[in-house]
Design a protein around this ligand. Structure first.
Ligand code: DGT
Ligand code: CA
Ligand code: CA
Ligand code: ZN
Length: 555
């Protein structure tokens, strides 16, 4: 915004990245020298980190902000707007807020600017609508991070008997409205005091005997409810939801002449017959306990009544990770470092899946003619010695007409070929479907990466006929990816369940750009569980040998 030197900007970005990736909590390192041991952090930034840890902000930043009266954070979260455009909109049209932007679009003022067209205006308007629709929700990883920290503090308090996260967080929904935390306590009043006085709390929105609501800095909210131990299971069941699931379960109770509410399961005379645990409630209703992730009344109740719930996949079944990037493109770790981290996670293999540069404007990647070298590098003798094997993969762009941007003779050399849509998102549904089907006809394709292209709370999926694509994937033996990057989570549970019903198989990849991000695998597993997937449905539960056999079958 201030035309600062590019190297200065880069220095801050690099530091931010390193801090994000640092396993240690940065506020715990209050030592100037120790901070400077972190790559990318010099004395200037180290001093600012200490100032921010101590005061919550830093003078330099506050002064800078005053010189630029633009709501950059909000504008930047609109799809189609980045820092460069925001600066031009401010310089040339004086746009500071989302309201200013809307007004300017309505008056067709953007079209007058160089490089902006009517189409740009329409796209931005769509971005604004999408932003407004999503702004009250939070990404699963962020919400879970907050709530789990909180719950750990509550758990370690001496008056706490039991504490649990309920609601959409327990169901691992990909976006979260608010956190619902349940507690049973020796002294409810003390628990409430403790909850509302924790340092993360920025506002107390309500404080009562059995329920309090607090807000964090970023306006994420959490409810805490105090529960009687004898009603623990009933409350956990009720507040886990979702609502549709609850309504149907309550009806099953009614049909049996029983009454179910958040205090327990009661018979006609009002006597409690279950309530301490969820399990005994479901048992008394003649059903298995559905895992929280699938509670949304899409068949789990019927399955539980017939004792036919799926055996959901678990994190421990995962034996490798099938999508990631390295320093060869915009990642921050080398292939070898990724494999070492893979070994730490107990993996037998990882697939390095760089982008191909043809047809894509990203920071680096591999061009088709460099593929032989790329493979040689990944298969170097040094890499072969690691206990976690590296598969040579590539994330290939699907061109506008459905042809792949890398010739077959190169695809044939690779262990694992992902294809994905990275450009021309706005085609008609029919055209987009044809484009994907055409790509699936290529005999070397193993998997379809981030199939819907959505970015959570930011970009809606592109339009295509999902069922037709599932049928073709099944026919051509192409895996559908569950992309575990928290801003994607693509496929989501609903789509994965549908694809499973079509007989599709899946792979889970973290799409990592650093070793730390390899730990995002859990989010992919949550989506798989929400999609009713079992171990057998997911290819990276196979051993290296079995996986190699499967991948070779394509050739
Ligand atoms: P969220 O917060 O929008 O991500 O979604 P939830 O599912 O966490 O919804 P929330 O926080 O409004 O309520 C937590 C749970 O409480 C919900 O999953 C089920 C239960 N619940 C809330 N309202 C109702 C209701 O009107 N009827 C029934 N049966 N259950 C409800
Ligand atoms: Ca909630
Ligand atoms: Ca709530
Ligand atoms: Zn991609």
């Amino acid at each position: 915004m201030r035309d600062e030197m590019i190297f200065k900007i880069r220095a801050y970005r690099r530091a931010a990245r390193e801090i994000e990736e640092n396993p240690q909590k940065i506020a715990d390192i209050q030592d100037l020298k120790k901070l400077q041991e972190i790559p990318g952090i010099g004395e200037g930034i180290a001093n600012k980190i200490i100032e921010i840890s101590e005061t919550g902000t830093c003078e330099y930043y506050e002064q800078l902000k005053k010189t630029v009266p633009v709501d950059i954070t909000t504008l930047n979260s609109i799809e189609g707007l980045g820092p460069k455009k925001i600066k031009r909109l401010y310089d040339e049209l004086g746009i500071q807020t989302i309201q200013d932007l809307e007004k300017a679009i309505k008056r067709k003022k953007l079209q007058a600017l160089d490089g902006f067209r009517e189409k740009t205006e329409q796209n931005l308007l769509r971005g604004i609508t999408s932003y407004k629709k999503h702004r009250d929700r939070f990404r699963l990883d962020e919400a879970l991070g907050y709530a789990q920290d909180f719950v750990e503090k509550l758990r370690s308090h001496p008056t706490t008997l039991n504490v649990e996260i309920a609601g959409s967080l327990r169901r691992r929904k990909e976006t979260i409205g608010d956190a619902d935390i349940l507690i049973s306590s020796k002294d409810p009043q003390v628990s409430m005091e403790f909850f509302t006085s924790l340092e993360e709390v920025s506002r107390i929105l309500g404080k009562g005997k059995t329920k309090s609501t607090i807000e964090f800095d970023n306006s994420f909210q959490a409810d805490l409810r105090v529960i009687d131990a004898k009603s623990w299971g009933a409350a956990l069941q009720y507040f886990t939801g979702d609502k549709a699931h609850n309504i149907k379960v309550r009806k099953i109770a009614l049909d049996k002449g029983l009454k179910l509410n958040e205090y327990g399961l009661f018979n006609k005379t009002g006597k409690s017959i279950a309530g301490k645990t969820e399990k005994e409630i479901y048992q008394k209703l003649g059903m298995q306990t559905p895992p929280a992730e699938i509670r949304r009344d899409t068949g789990e109740i019927e399955a539980a009544l017939e004792n036919k719930l799926p055996n959901l996949i678990e994190q421990q079944h995962i034996r490798g990770d099938l999508q990631m990037h390295t320093t060869m493109s915009d990642g921050i770790n080398s292939a070898e470092e990724m494999a070492k981290k893979g070994a730490e996670l107990g993996y037998e293999y990882i697939a390095i899946t760089e982008h191909n540069t043809e047809g894509l404007e990203v920071a680096g990647g591999v061009s088709a003619k460099d593929i032989p070298d790329y493979i040689k590098q990944l298969k170097s003798s040094k890499a072969q010695k690691l206990s976690c094997k590296i598969l040579a993969g590539l994330e290939v762009n699907i061109g506008k007409d459905g042809t792949l941007t890398v010739p077959d003779k190169y695809l044939e050399m690779l262990d694992f070929v992902l294809v994905a849509i990275h450009s021309h998102f706005r085609m008609s549904k029919n055209e987009m479907t044809k484009r994907i089907l055409k790509a699936f006809d290529n005999p070397y394709v193993h998997a379809f990466a981030h199939p819907t292209g959505r970015l959570l709370l930011r970009r809606d999926p592109y339009e295509f006929d999902f069922e037709t694509v599932c049928k073709k994937a099944k026919e051509k033996n192409i895996l559908l990816e569950l992309n575990a990057l928290p801003e994607r989570l693509d496929l989501d549970g609903e789509s994965a369940k549908l694809a499973k019903e079509f007989g599709c198989k899946f792979c889970i990849g973290t799409d990592s750009h650093s070793t730390t991000q390899l730990e995002n695998m859990k989010y992919g597993v949550y989506m798989a569980r929400r999609g009713w997937l079992e171990k057998e449905n997911v290819i990276n539960t196979l051993s290296l040998k079995e996986l190699e056999n499967h991948l070779r079958q394509k050739k």
